[in-house]
Design a protein. Structure first.
Length: 285
């Protein structure tokens, strides 16, 4: 009985050894996985996405804020930047040495995307046929990666733009629309300059301001060439003024930033919430 057990254990060990040897295919480096770039995310301050079938996008970090610098100047959407930064940290499950003569074989001679973090460039090629992993190269290394990130790199430009109207922490001290001109008086109460006798609820005013502070556009694009019919002006507590032209277009309203030259699209219902005071009792608090 003991002899049979020892034989079975030896057979199991032999099979395991053979499997391990087969796994170590010729030319494949089985080393401890390292990430695609040598940078931690906090050390990356520039990203360039050169796309074969779309515009090249350049982003830079200034004072902990990410900005798009090409093909337009605009604040970058933080969630999208975080997805890009995560790509730099991927640990490839499979690594091969790369012969530059083989670039075309892997779709890397004319890559779908050339992605640069600081000064390190990744070439994104086609997928292999067995596990549909994507070929990616850096210098003389070829990687096979799960194909879960390409859509972040080929998205339209509008997907990279911050769709908020106001910056983080913005405190509004005045808002002027075609129907309202809200100003705070010396006693900290609020007055509609267009209708001075109205008694305004502080809660209703703050609810309106919150609509602007937390507003996110459906889409953001380059400035529209259509005629602007109205204008809205927001004044912040740092005395910065932000002006938006209004374009009404069917079931949507487009707010065009005079500073950023960007067009923010909202639904008509959302626009009405941003320009109408809630009907609250002025004594409510």
């Amino acid at each position: 009985m003991k002899t049979r057990l020892i034989v079975n254990l030896l057979l199991a060990l032999a099979l395991t050894t053979l499997g391990f040897v087969a796994w170590l295919k010729p030319g494949q480096e089985q080393i401890k996985p390292v990430q695609l770039t040598s940078f931690e995310m906090s050390a990356i301050d520039s990203i360039t996405i050169q796309r074969r079938q779309a515009q090249t996008i350049e982003l830079i970090r200034i004072n902990d804020e990410w900005l798009i610098t090409q093909p337009i100047n605009a604040p970058a959407l933080l969630g999208k930047v975080e997805q890009l930064l995560k790509i730099s940290q991927i640990k490839p499950p499979v690594t091969y040495p790369l012969d530059t003569a083989s670039l075309e074989q892997f779709g890397l001679k004319e890559p779908i995307v050339s992605l640069t973090f600081n000064n390190e460039t990744l070439l994104i090629g086609r997928t292999e046929s067995v596990q549909s992993r994507r070929y990616v190269s850096k210098e003389k290394q070829l990687y096979l990666l799960d194909d879960t990130f390409l859509h972040h790199l080929t998205a339209p430009l509008s997907a990279y733009i911050d769709n908020r109207l106001l910056p983080d922490g913005a405190q509004i001290i005045s808002i002027q629309t075609p129907a309202l001109h809200l100003q705070q008086k010396d006693d900290n109460s609020w007055q509609n300059e267009l209708s001075p006798l109205d008694v305004l609820s502080p809660d209703a005013v703050q609810m309106l301001f919150d609509e602007w502070r937390f507003a996110r556009a459906i889409t953001v694009d380059n400035q529209s060439e259509q005629t602007i019919s109205e204008q809205i002006t927001i004044t912040l507590d740092n005395n910065k003024t932000m002006a938006f032209g209004v374009i009404k277009q069917g079931s949507n309203v487009i707010l065009v930033s005079s500073e950023k030259k960007l067009a923010y699209t909202f639904s008509v219902d959302k626009y009405e919430q941003m320009t109408t005071l809630a009907q609250l009792d002025a004594n409510d608090a």
